[in-house]
Ligand binder design. Structure first.
Ligand SMILES: C[S@@+](CC[C@H](N)C(=O)[O-])C[C@H]1O[C@@H](n2cnc3c(N)ncnc32)[C@H](O)[C@@H]1O
Length: 252
């Protein structure tokens, strides 16, 4: 089973591939207050919904970097169906780490990375990269998971394969940015309802995909994975895992 296909099927009919609801994502985009003709980048852009929003809302020129060929194709379809009315979205297909050096230091009015800090080496390294690329006075928007208590359930870690050091606590996500010299401007965390909407939409999409392919081994494996994930979400994930948006400003 390819993880790429699983992620694509789970999210292709959702605006975003993260647990924040669309209203919270829009609110984050609206708060950015980008200058005219802003340059922006979004690492792990998924289906480019945020990039489209940034272009339409602020007239920003957004470089959207996405590794998965399937998801990038989905993003291309969205951009073709809903071309931005102002600004632009340039989809760069490939690895975030490979594209990163092609952006000049301090050239971006906004650097974003939502649910994809692993693409840049994890939260700490991703923030370092985003800080380097952001111009003084520019903004950084990160979406990141967090543990709701200092000791995530070992059963949850075993069931999902998530390492305990993959995430920090919510306040630590913010304080790490402050320790790097950033100004913390705003943050919001996904509500239990947003999590439920996200997890069940994802589960329904995989159930429907597998039901339409009863003889397909890969679809069966995807279904098993989705049901295992859902079980872990219901038993432990709802209590232990959070997701936040973190908006920072680089001083200057
Ligand atoms: C959880 S999704 C979030 C997508 C989008 N930011 C959103 O919030 O809707 C993570 C995305 O990062 C992409 N990704 C993973 N590793 C990557 C890498 N090394 N370079 C670029 N994109 C990557 C995945 O294919 C996926 O589309």
């Amino acid at each position: 089973m390819t993880s790429d296909l699983y992620t694509y099927i789970a999210h292709k009919d959702q605006p975003y591939a993260n647990p924040m609801g669309e209203a919270a994502m829009n609110r984050a985009a609206d708060l950015l207050d980008l200058p005219p003709d802003a340059s922006a980048c979004d690492f792990g852009a998924g289906f480019c919904e945020l990039a489209l929003r940034l272009a339409n809302r602020w007239g920003a020129r957004v470089a959207a970097i996405e590794l998965s060929p399937r998801i990038a194709q989905g993003a291309e379809r969205r951009i073709a169906e809903r071309p931005p009315q102002r600004g632009s979205v340039s989809l760069l297909k490939g690895d975030a780490g490979t594209f990163r050096p092609s952006f000049a230091p301090e050239s971006m009015d906004l650097c974003a990375c939502i649910g994809a800090t692993h693409a840049l080496g994890g939260y700490h390294k991703a923030l370092e990269v985003l800080v380097k690329l952001t111009r003084p006075g520019g903004k950084i928007l990160v979406g990141e998971g967090f543990w709701t208590s200092p000791e995530p359930s070992p059963s949850y870690l075993a069931a999902t394969g998530i390492a305990s050091d993959e995430f920090m606590l919510h306040f630590e996500n913010i304080e790490h940015g402050i320790d790097m010299g950033l100004q913390s401007l705003w943050s919001i965390t996904a509500s239990p309802r947003e999590w439920d909407e996200y997890e069940w939409a994802h589960a329904q999409a995989i159930e429907a995909y597998a039901a339409a392919r009863p003889d397909d081994d890969e679809a069966r494996q995807m279904l098993q994975r989705s049901r295992n994930w859902r079980r872990a979400y219901l038993r432990w994930g709802r209590e232990h895992l959070g997701f936040g948006l973190y908006l920072f400003r680089k001083p200057g």
